[in-house]
Write a protein that binds this ligand. Structure first.
Ligand code: ADP
Ligand code: ADP
Ligand code: MG
Length: 480
């Protein structure tokens, strides 16, 4: 019997992982909840198991997923990102049931998932980081600690949920007067969202760039990096656009940040693929932020500039193989940019557009173009999951070539039905600051005018949409 691997996820990332499983000549087992019954990941998998009505609760149900793995005879589980990917209990349940968890050990996930504990490990290893507190004490004691921290370092300060993630549980406090109220809200929100009301403080890095490093480690502790990524363009502390390499770094800065990332991974006894995130200040100093113990959405840009299939590598390492390449064999070439094409209305505060039917779907192609998606013409976007429809990743030898290729792809991309981030991205690509690579995490706040665009900003796109709509109507009539 062929080796089977279960994919405990949905959407584009389930498909991305299934592709690598099948290329390794293994069989992919998909799981799904009822709202996903028409999703493509079920169709391309070798086997699909219904795990419940959900929504979300079954993708998050450790027992059900373990049972699905046992029922299908899967030897390993890939958790993707989100859902159970950074859940130490899930990794532990796999370990207990003799199922290989494709990722680091439950022990490492536990430690690194706790931002305060992670900072302690990194401090012990002399990794640079912004000043911060331990978990604030409960009640008024904690508030007093916070006031003292603000007095010492000055405002703004960052109040973070210790168990937070995905851009949630982060509050920027502008002045001491706001502290008491924000402190209480942060605690109760953290309790509700992460089942842990611990919060702590960090000094704010003003207008930083978000620079992260992809690392991969095998079971012998051999650890390499696949270069840097810039993910500064964000909304609500969540990434929208990701770029590899972070090209504004000098060679020396790039080397130094990558070496620091490898050192950080080793300090945490890291195994498999992970990402070390840093904030880069405008004086050139960089500071450790966190380690994400999983595959990331933006891994595709690193794949484009290294030629390394990260998911394939993850699977091989989890099944016990050593790393097949040394650091000096990893060559970084050219540039890659990934855009998250979401069913969202950027003009309406990026409000999700779930529930709508994709009436026309025409995707671009050609040299240096990669699409990771799961939607098709006629697909009804479930309302209950995240709004990512497809990732468009483009490679080019120079930065300008990459931006030009991306613009061409966006003008060729037609999605009708839901509003998407496409017209907004087209506008953004034409912005001189973006073109110069001059952006930090405040980019969207300082470039709000980019949200002022016509829904169909290019003539070509307008025409393409019109033709596509007419054609689509024709198809329907014909079918009837
Ligand atoms: P998450 O676990 O939700 O990803 P992070 O700690 O990685 O949270 O922070 C997410 C984003 O929040 C960063 O990319 C950055 O834009 C902003 N941020 C976090 N900490 C700081 C800080 N100390 N100073 C300035 N910005 C920060
Ligand atoms: P293969 O199947 O050819 O034995 P793998 O697929 O196991 O190789 O390798 C895992 C990943 O590492 C792949 O994405 C591959 O492109 C990459 N890789 C393999 N060898 C090298 C090398 N010498 N230099 C850089 N990358 C490599
Ligand atoms: Mg982060």
């Amino acid at each position: 019997m062929k080796t089977k691997i279960l994919v405990a996820n949905r959407g584009e990332i389930a498909i991305r992982i299934i592709r690598s499983i099948q290329e390794l000549n293994y069989e992919a087992v998909a799981v799904y909840e009822t709202p996903d019954k028409n999703s493509s990941h079920i169709r391309i998998a070798n086997e699909a198991i219904w795990i419940g009505n959900g929504p979300r609760s079954d993708y998050l149900n450790i027992d059900k997923i373990i049972r699905a793995a046992q029922k299908s005879g899967a030897k390993a589980i890939h958790p993707g990102y989100g859902f159970l990917a950074e859940n130490a209990d899930f990794a532990r349940a796999c370990e207990k049931n003799d199922i290989i968890f494709i990722g680091p050990s439950s022990d490492v996930i536990d430690k690194l998932g706790n931002k305060v504990m992670a900072r302690q490990i990194m401090a012990d290893a002399d990794i640079p980081m912004v000043p911060g507190t331990k978990n604030l004490k409960q009640g008024d004691e904690g508030l007093k600690e916070a006031v003292a921290f603000g007095k010492k370092y000055g405002y703004p300060i960052m109040l973070k949920a210790t168990s937070g993630g995905g851009g949630r549980g982060i509050r920027r406090i502008e002045q001491e007067e706001d502290l008491a109220e924000q402190y209480l809200i942060a605690r109760s929100e953290a309790q509700a969202a992460f089942n842990d009301d611990s919060v702590y403080l960090e000094k704010v890095v003003v207008r930083p760039k978000h620079v992260e490093v992809q690392i991969i480690a095998d079971h012998t502790g051999n650890t390499v990096h696949l270069g840097t990524r810039d993910c500064s363009i964000q909304r609500r502390n969540q990434k929208l656009i990701e770029i590899a390499p972070a090209f504004h770094l000098t060679t020396q800065q790039g080397d130094s940040i990558c070496k620091t990332a490898v050192k950080a991974a080793k300090a945490a006894n890291y195994f498999n693929a992970g990402t070390v995130e840093f904030l880069l200040a405008d004086d050139g100093n960089f500071y450790f932020m966190e380690i994400n113990t999983r595959l990331q959405v933006e891994h595709t840009v690193s794949e484009m500039i290294t030629g390394i299939d990260i998911v394939r590598t993850q699977i091989k390492l989890a099944l016990g193989k050593d790393l097949l390449f040394a650091q000096d064999e990893v060559q970084l070439r050219g540039h890659a940019i990934e855009l998250r094409i979401n069913a969202e209305d950027p003009k309406n505060d990026f409000m999700p557009e779930g529930g709508k039917t994709v009436s026309v779907y025409r995707s671009p192609g050609g040299y240096g173009v990669r699409l990771d998606g799961f939607c098709y013409q006629g697909f009804i976007i479930p309302q209950v999951y995240d709004s990512l429809l497809v990732k468009l990743t483009v490679f080019g030898w120079s930065w300008n070539e990459t931006v030009d290729r991306l613009r061409r792809c966006l003008t060729n991309f037609v999605i009708t039905g839901p509003k998407t981030t496409i017209p907004f991205y087209l506008n953004l690509l034409n912005d001189p600051d973006f073109q110069k690579g001059d952006f930090d995490t405040s980019f969207l706040e300082t470039h709000e005018y980019l949200l002022d665009y016509e829904e169909d900003s290019s003539e070509v796109n307008k025409l393409a949409r019109l033709i596509a709509e007419i054609h689509h109507k024709g198809e329907n009539t014909y079918a009837a």
